[in-house]
Design a protein around this ligand. Sequence first.
Ligand code: FES
Length: 131
Amino acid sequence: MEVRKASGLPIGSGDQAEIGRKKIMEKKCIVARIFRFNPLSDRAPRFDEFTLPYDQGVTILGILRYVYENLDRSLAFRNYHCGARVCGSCRVTLNGKETRACEATVKPGDTVVIEPYDHGKVIRDLACLFD
Ligand code: FES
């Protein structure tokens, strides 16, 4: 399956910027591999890989919002937040296990694989039909 990469890390020039970038890469970043598929136009699913800065307490939903707002406006996911962890609209498969994106958190240096909660119900990317 194809993997495309993008980064939300600061852009700079020179040695100091390079050193800063490496420090961020080593300690304070998250790599998110996100399932992408449009059944109406794509022949096969792929994963897009995004590297983004770690923010303490960030949830998977926060990661998806960051990617959408800063790296890729074409990402489709259910950007709804009930505030009570009860609606389930944010369900995804995280590293092979179904979870609520608004609840699951990550640690600095984590690599996470985010897929739809049901591949058979994909509308586009992570957005699925409700049961
Ligand atoms: S947004 Fe309602 S459970 Fe996650």
